[in-house]
Design a protein around this ligand. Sequence first.
Ligand code: AR6
Length: 176
Amino acid sequence: MIIKKIKDSEIVLKKRDITDEETDAIVNAANERLIHGGGVAGAIVRKGGRIIQEESNKIGRVRVGDVAVTGAGALKAKYVIHAVGPRMGEGEEDKKLKNATINSLKKAEELNLKSIAFPAISTGIFGFPKDRCARIMLNSIKEYLERDTSIQRVVFCLFSDNDYKIFEETLNEILG
Ligand code: AR6
């Protein structure tokens, strides 16, 4: 685990399954229809319960780069923020991934939450390169935390040793 301070908040990197995370909200790597099939989304519904899919069904479509919120069912978090990341090849992927990240933070702030956990959005089924994802997501979060915010803790849950290493190296580069 690594903890880095940014102004009054912190960024934490962990190698962990995001469905075990205890932050106020966890972010889901969702699709536009909020049909939670495989990857992080599938794991969230399996562990949190079908209620998360049922609540998602009432929301309808969410645009790429936007977010929607449901409860977290049986998970330890209070909310799931469903962030729709880009599919590699659809165009303007970097900007969309940045939007998905920033909109997740804004939503957490709106809900008065103090902590939020992210997966490496778009880097599984959607095919986004891991190092590029790390650079975009970590830079977006750094920018956000440098302003006034009530969010105290942003956790990254990385699924493999290699993903953890990529995020660690990128975080060290960004923070100097
Ligand atoms: N905890 C943390 N990270 C995980 C977990 C987990 N439990 N499971 C996978 N990862 P993906 P995407 C990592 O495919 O690329 C779904 O079907 C994984 O290794 O979950 O945005 C949705 O419904 C990868 O690095 O998300 C969408 O249709 C990262 O999380 C689509 O997949 C994201 O992989 C979204 O694809």
